[in-house]
Design a protein around this ligand. Structure first.
Ligand SMILES: *Cc1c(COP(=O)(O)O)cnc(C)c1O
Length: 360
């Protein structure tokens, strides 16, 4: 569907492609980018001409508000290629709604829905070669918005830049994850920005995560900021706990991000007849379940890793290994979700989105 804005869409194609220079076997997550990027500025109360141009550095003033006050939000999405060469996305409507929710919380103007989808479709059609066939090959898509007013007064920016960059990645088994359950630091607080995909949420997690790393753990599972008694999420992933055959995850709140993978797991669990409870879960409950042998699995769910199994957790200085059963929910959900994403399974929920030049 074309709109007034799309008739002004500018596309500057790259003269040559970097595709043949890339060693796809040794890709490190998020270090290589496709030939093109999308850029759209917000000036004088309006989004300006949308532009696709060759991927390149952007030149900006050091006074840019984003550098000083952190007004920035982002999204994480993926594109998949099926065996017939068709490119698909997974529930991109959810990311479109969420980036605007995040923007609203950070006082950033919302980005028009039609333009969001037009930009994605145009980029993916142009850089279609970068979405490679085969299980594990995937294109990670990073839309983001930054405050670009060149002025250091601490007030809402009057200018913004919305961009989309895309990075080919290979999902491989990264080894099990050992986690520390937070007792001192917090990721988010009531009334704060924890439910937004705000850049600063990540900045605040690096230091406590580094402390966990120094102890031999890879990630932190955050708890509520008031009592540290309730399990919340992993900071880039929502957390799931399996006690006997029941799957438990915390309800989303001011402090917990409403993950697309999380809600997909919940819907699939219901479809598969797996008991699933969305409720507050106490640290004491999983410690007890670990002691009596009913804690079967913990896993994280998020776009980047899909489903990531947790091998052990630590709380109050005690290490608790998790003895996973032979048939894990972790591998079941990973298979059921990726089969939908790669167009290998029936899409009973209508989650797949077909990328096409017909969309603009
Ligand atoms: C992005 C993110 C997730 C996962 O969300 P998905 O939509 O499944 O990718 C979970 N927690 C936080 C804090 C996140 O930023």
């Amino acid at each position: 569907m074309s709109t007034d804005i799309s008739t002004k869409f500018v596309v500057e194609k790259a003269k040559t492609s970097r595709f043949s220079e890339v060693d796809f076997e040794t890709l490190v997550f998020g270090q290589v980018f496709t030939d093109h990027m999308f850029e759209c500025d917000y000036i004088d109360g309006e989004w300006q001409t949308p532009i696709i141009r060759p991927y390149q550095p952007i030149m900006v003033a050091p006074s840019l508000k984003v550098f000083h006050y952190g007004q920035a939000v982002f999204e994480g999405m993926k594109a998949y290629k099926d065996d017939d060469g068709q490119v698909w996305m997974f529930r991109p409507d959810q990311n479109q709604v969420r980036i605007n929710k995040s923007s609203k919380r950070l006082a950033i103007p919302e980005f028009p829905k039609e333009l969001f989808f037009e930009a994605l479709n145009r980029l993916l059609v142009l850089d279609e070669e970068w979405v490679r066939k085969g299980d594990g090959n995937v294109l990670y898509i990073r839309p983001f918005v930054i405050a670009t007013e060149p002025a250091i007064m601490a007030a809402t920016s009057t200018q913004y830049k919305f961009m989309i960059i895309m990075s080919p990645v290979k999902s491989y088994f990264r080894g099990d994850v050992n986690v520390v359950i937070a007792e001192e630091y917090s990721r988010a607080a009531n009334g704060g920005v924890g439910a937004a995909k705000a850049a600063g949420n990540y900045a605040g997690q690096f230091y406590p995560t580094n402390l966990a790393k120094a102890e031999g753990y890879q990630q932190v599972i955050w708890t509520d900021d008031t009592t540290h008694e309730y399990l919340e999420e992993a900071g880039t992933m929502n957390a799931f706990f399996r006690i006997n055959d029941t799957l438990i995850t915390a309800p989303v709140s001011d402090r917990i991000l409403d993950g697309v993978t999380r809600k997909s797991v919940i819907d699939i669990a219901k479809r598969e007849g797996i008991p699933v409870e969305v409720r507050r879960i106490k640290v004491a409950e999983i410690v007890e379940a670990s002691k009596n042998g009913s804690l079967k699995e913990i896993f994280g769910a998020g776009t980047a890793v899909v489903i990531s199994p947790v091998k052990s957790f630590s709380h109050a200085g005690v290490h608790y290994p998790i003895n996973q059963p032979k048939d894990t929910y972790t591998s079941l959900f990973k298979k059921l979700i990726t089969d939908i994403q790669y167009n290998r399974a029936e899409d009973t929920f209508g989650w797949r989105y077909k990328v096409s030049a017909a969309n603009y």
